[in-house]
Design a protein around this ligand. Structure first.
Ligand code: PFF
Length: 451
């Protein structure tokens, strides 16, 4: 089936298209919503430090390994392992990825749905003139309308399904190329406003001056999970996208550009959120409300705030969409290529399944919801298991596969486009893939468990 699949497969139109799609997957709510939440809850600058170490040490090697597997095999996350390691247990890594994509989409779509609610609120001018208490109350009231959350979540899943239904090339490239740079511009504008607010310095200190005693096992695990989540690594998104990349494209520069742009957006989000949060008195540990309450407060203090606020939430929704597209694409590529379900039907099936689990994620956030175990909501549980456990575990298995099973010659062949490209650091990167990165992930896991 390999050749057939290869000929019928959709590909990306241009080199920029590939980078844009992979960056589109990476840049999303993980950067602008999850990163500040995790940083706020895990000691500020100490978390940032570990996070950056994770990105530098693991970002390029893991991302490159996924791309190598994808382009070499020209198949989806499961098929790739089946083809490259026939009659072995390796396809389990692919199955884990498909399951993980499905789980992440289920709770990610909850927050993605909020962006739609907030577009409506922004158009309604419903933040104007309100103080923090009123904005926080609106956010809480919205959560307590459980079905309203579910409705927006369903709308978002439908939107994602619609794009994936139409195929990779037409769907993803167009969105990302123009709109992601715009998001960057608006974040810079917001950042400037935020750091010039009174008392902004306290937020900058929280973000940038580390207290090393705060680095605990939990901080290590959270930073590791956030690194994988933000870079979309460990579940086969980049195997799947890698399989659509042309044989002439440079995988290493793709991995580098995606890692750099993703990290830049996360840092910018931190610079936007924390100075403002400290200035307005939002608790950095506020969790869900941190971003959704702080952002409207900044726009309230800005010339043209009404207009910019709408643009911001529209762009945030689109950033989320280019990420959910990649989550769904992993599941759909598997269902259509491995189980031979027609692509369109596979999309419908995957969306319905996501909705089925996702409803409980959304409803679990309501005060007094029955979908909470102790203090932990079903949403938190899904997030913790998939981001902090399955993604790093998947990532570790992926690099072990490349380092020990595929081996150096195939890795070099793929990263140099069969010798046509020079890649000066390829030996060092392979060393990290084979020894250092798996060891680092294992150490963090063990420290986290015995913290
Ligand atoms: N990287 C995305 C974000 O930061 O919003 C979320 C995500 C997409 C995680 C795809 C994992 C994934 F496979």
């Amino acid at each position: 089936m390999g050749m057939e699949a290869r000929n019928n497969r959709d590909g990306f139109g241009s080199k920029l298209g590939v980078i844009a799609a992979a960056a589109g997957s990476a840049i999303g709510l993980g950067n602008i919503y999850r990163f500040p939440c995790e940083l706020g809850e895990n000691g500020g600058a100490a978390f940032l430090l570990v996070y950056l170490a994770v990105v530098v040490l693991l970002g390029i090697p893991v991302m490159l390994s996924e791309l190598v597997i994808g382009r070499h095999s020209q198949l989806n996350a499961v098929g790739a392992f089946r083809k490259l390691a026939p009659k072995s247990a390796w396809p389990v890594v692919g199955y884990m990825g498909v399951l993980c994509g499905f789980l992440i989409f289920s709770f990610y779509s909850t927050v993605a749905g909020w962006t739609l609610e907030y577009i409506v609120k922004a158009v309604d001018n419903s933040f104007s003139g309100k103080d923090l208490a009123a904005i926080e109350k609106d956010f809480e009231d919205f959560h307590n309308q459980g079905w309203r959350n579910v409705m927006w979540q369903a709308a978002f899943i439908f939107l994602t399904g619609f794009v994936v239904f139409r195929g990779v090339k037409n769907g993803i490239e167009k969105f990302t190329k123009i709109l992601m740079p715009l998001l960057l511009v608006i974040l810079v504008v917001l950042g400037i406003r935020s750091v010039t607010l009174p008392d902004a310095g306290k937020g900058l200190a929280f973000l940038f001056s580390p207290d090393f005693s705060k680095i605990t096992g939990k901080v290590l695990i959270s930073a590791l999970g956030q690194g994988f989540f933000s870079l979309s690594m460990g579940m086969g998104v980049l195997i799947t996208y890698g399989s659509y990349i042309k044989k002439t494209d440079n995988l290493a520069t793709t991995a580098l550009s995606v890692t750099l742009s993703d990290t830049l957006v996360a840092l910018l989000a931190g610079i936007v959120i924390f100075p403002a949060a400290f200035s307005f008195g939002v608790n950095p540990k506020a969790g869900m409300g941190l971003v959704f309450n702080t952002i409207p407060m900044i726009f309230n203090q800005m010339a043209g705030g009404y207009f910019f606020c709408i643009v911001f939430f529209v762009l945030l929704a689109i950033a989320a969409l280019t990420s959910t597209i990649s989550l769904l694409e992993v599941v759909v590529a598997y269902l259509s290529e491995e189980l031979h379900i027609k692509r369109q039907w596979a999309t419908v099936l995957a969306c319905l399944g996501t909705m089925l689990i996702g409803v409980f994620a959304s409803l679990s956030l309501k005060a007094g919801s029955p979908f909470r175990m102790g203090g932990t909501s079903f949403f938190d549980l899904l997030d913790f298991v998939s981001s902090n456990i399955l993604l790093p575990l998947g990532g570790m298995l992926i690099i072990v596969f490349v380092g020990w099973r595929m081996g150096k010659p195939k890795f070099f062949e793929e990263v140099t486009n069969e010798g046509r490209l020079k890649m000066p650091l390829k030996k060092a990167i392979f060393f990290v893939v084979k020894y250092l990165a798996p060891l680092a992930i294992a150490v963090i896991f063990i420290t986290g468990l015995i913290r």
